[in-house]
Design a protein around this ligand. Structure first.
Ligand code: FAD
Length: 661
């Protein structure tokens, strides 16, 4: 960092303004002073457990108490570079010039920004929003604050674990410093860590190599969940009013809701990338619900609006918690989904089979620590219930209520501390997955770009296969492997795919899949996507072969073929339903009864492409043409006791279908 600025990387909850204040000549003391704080919102679109906001607000609160009139400028910048393809690091891109930020995630992002803006407005503040480059926007904001008479500038933001983000953060800081210097304003930059359950300072090793962009010492350690998060929640009413000049600068206009218009506003590269995305996945952006419309594909596993409130609602619903008179109580209506989480999590179908928190976490509408705090509440309630039961059975003395509650609270908090889950546990399995998320984030920070190298962090010497036509069929859900196709069609139409589904691939260059997922996943996080792809490809930190037998996976985790019925209507009428996993092995009579015809649709029929509406109707009709598998299906069937080949008539077993080209 240069100029009069001082970078401060804060990890604790203590105020940091003093640390960033430069020379005494620029002191902010005195009634005429007007310090300004910019809060750069990124993938942390929430108010609770938001250390940059909390710290800035605490500093400004201090200024207010001294009779000064500080400014708080929370802002979000939709970085246009993300709407275009990544710089082509893959050879023979094969139609992969798709946006990094695809329409599904864009929709949720716009919704999350709208929710955040509404929440800030309720506090008398606002969210300044623009499309462009953050490093250009900070310059404008500094000018705005300077014109409003600001006497000093501070920039607060969360750090991102993405490999590319360190450069962006440095560029934004440099632009901020340069703009402040132009206006003769002292300034400081404050970076925070807030995207994991555990804080890097609490790890038993150093995450950052010395001299990296993010190093510089990380004072203090944030508590994992618990009181810190709650305390911050209570203090969030501290934002001061945003400068009205921001409205004039066009930063308070309505957020876009039409997805395609966002790409076209970003220029030719983004528009072309969107067209490429539509062609590759055979999904039309115009057919997707606009942001904030409240509309969803009826089959979507993510039928939620996006925002902090929705995130907490979803989490509480899943845990079976309700708010009553400001306290968490257990919902009495029905058994909460968390009760069966361990058993259902791998099921690829349904809204409640797994927690469906990933999109909220990826946009930062929910912090992992807040999730942990809610789980701790559940643990306390469980302890209270157990104590009551013991008392009823006369196994515990009936002391005074307050003392009993305190004991239960302590026991609950202790119970929510980390321990490996056992078979009978419920919420502990959820905590374990949040810990797995941390593992991938920290691995990504440590390994950086190396995670995406062809041989990964283990430098495996593998000649990855490229087959653009096969890749296209995979992306469009036309492989002839029904479970894979159902997963891919769900991804294209809704941006979600279950964890099981995400682990099915066709032994092609894994980095193609990585890029396609990046563009399609509504919950995309670079660290998690790259780390998990590397895991599946055997190039990550786990050297074991993780290749799935895709047919067996479907049969095992979706025995009733509900996912296939939802997304592959051609096979939906097959009975018994299990036949949908291996239609090539179904008796001819069953195929005929369900109207299924295997193979390529004859040219004459495809040539008669109808209107869009007719095409949609055709998509929803049961029965019809369904392709034969693009790979030998026998290679996708496991031999283990739980992965038995579906029963099929003897005569059919003789005729293995030939892979279709
Ligand atoms: C190839 C591949 C790519 C993936 N890309 C992403 C991605 O971009 N973003 C993303 O959030 N998840 C990713 N995952 C992980 C996982 O599939 C999703 O987090 C999960 O399916 C989301 O559903 P859920 O919220 O119901 O998760 P649950 O299964 O209920 O788990 C709860 C939370 O734990 C975390 N979690 C669970 N499994 C994993 C995992 N394997 N790795 C990291 N965190 C995990 C997530 O935050 C999740 O929301 C990927 C997995 C694979 C195999």
């Amino acid at each position: 960092m240069s100029g009069g600025c001082q970078a401060v990387v804060s990890a604790g909850c203590s105020g940091v303004a003093a640390a960033g204040a430069p020379a005494a000549a620029h002191s902010d003391s005195g009634p005429t002073r007007k310090p300004a704080a910019l809060i750069w919102f990124r993938n942390d679109l929430r108010l609770a457990d938001h250390e940059p906001l909390h710290s800035a607000a605490a500093d400004l609160q201090h200024c207010l108490s001294q009779g000064q009139s500080p400014l708080l400028l929370p802002f979000y910048c939709l970085d246009e570079r993300e709407l275009a393809p990544r710089a082509g690091e893959l050879p023979q891109e094969g139609g992969l010039d798709i946006p990094q930020l695809g329409p599904h995630r864009l929709r949720l992002l716009l919704e999350a920004c709208a929710s955040l803006r509404a929440a800030l407005r309720r506090l008398g503040s606002d969210l300044l929003a623009a499309q462009g480059r953050p490093e250009a926007l900070v310059g404008r904001l500094v000018a705005l604050a300077a014109a409003a008479g600001s006497s000093s500038m501070a920039l607060h933001h969360h750090m991102s674990p993405d490999a590319a983000s360190a450069d962006l953060e440095d560029a934004v800081a440099a632009a901020f410093e340069a703009a402040a210097a132009r206006h003769g304003l002292p300034c400081s930059v404050h970076r925070y860590w807030g995207c994991t359950l555990y804080h890097p300072d609490d790890l038993p090793f150093h995450l950052w190599a010395c001299g990296s962009a993010s190093s510089g010492g990380r004072p203090g350690a944030a508590a994992v969940a618990g009181p810190a998060a709650e305390q911050q929640q209570q203090q969030r009413g501290q934002c001061s009013r945003v400068n009205p000049a921001a409205a004039e600068a066009g930063l308070l206009g309505p957020l876009p809701t039409d997805l395609a218009s966002v790409y076209s506003a970003a220029g030719g590269a983004a528009t072309a990338a969107l067209a490429c995305w539509e062609a590759l996945g055979a999904v039309r952006c115009a057919a997707l619900a606009p942001a904030c419309s409240g509309r969803h594909d009826a089959r979507s596993a993510l039928p939620f609006g996006m925002g902090e409130e929705q995130a907490v609602q979803r989490l509480r619903y899943y845990l079976g918690l309700e708010e009553s008179d400001g306290h968490s109580v257990r919902s009495v209506d029905q058994e909460a989904p968390i009760a069966t989480y361990r058993e259902t999590r791998m099921q690829p179908f349904g809204v409640d089979s797994s927690a469906k928190l990933s999109a909220f976490l990826s946009l930062g509408c929910l912090s992992p620590r807040t999730a942990h705090a809610e789980v701790a509440r559940l643990a306390v309630l469980e302890q209270q219930q157990q104590q009551q039961q013991r008392r009823r059975r006369g196994q515990a003395s009936s002391g005074d209520a307050a003392a009993t509650a305190a004991v239960a609270a302590a026991a609950g908090e202790a119970a929510a501390a980390w321990r490996e889950p056992q078979a009978g546990d419920t919420w502990r399995w959820l905590l374990m997955h949040l810990a797995i998320r941390d593992f991938f984030v920290f691995t990504a920070v440590k390994e950086g770009d190396a995670l995406e190298a062809p041989g990964g962090i283990r430098g495996r010497a593998v000649e990855w296969r490229r087959d653009d036509e096969l890749f296209r069929r995979w992306a469009q859900g036309q492989t002839g492997l029904p479970f894979v196709d159902a997963c891919m069609r769900e991804l294209g139409a809704t941006g979600f795919m279950s964890n099981r589904g995400r682990q099915n691939e066709l032994c092609l260059d894994w980095r193609l899949g990585l890029r396609y997922f990046e563009s399609c996943l509504a919950d995309h996080e670079w660290a998690l996507n790259a780390g998990n792809w590397a895991y599946c490809a055997g190039t990550g930190s786990d050297p074991r072969d993780r290749r799935f037998k895709t047919v067996s996976q479907g049969e095992r985790y979706d025995p009733e073929a509900r996912l296939i019925q939802a997304w592959v209507p051609q096979l939906a009428a097959l009975r018994p339903a299990q036949l949908a996993h291996q239609p090539w092995a179904a008796p001819p009579a069953a195929l005929a009864a369900a109207g299924v015809r295997l193979g390529c649709e004859p040219q004459a029929a495809t040539a008669e492409a109808g209107t869009e509406r007719q095409e949609q109707q055709k998509q929803q009709q049961l029965g019809g043409w369904y392709p034969l598998p693009v790979v030998d299906p026998a290679s996708q069937i496991g031999k283990g006791p739980k992965q038995k080949q579906a029963a099929r008539p003897r005569e059919q077993r003789q005729q293995q279908p030939q892979p279709q080209k």
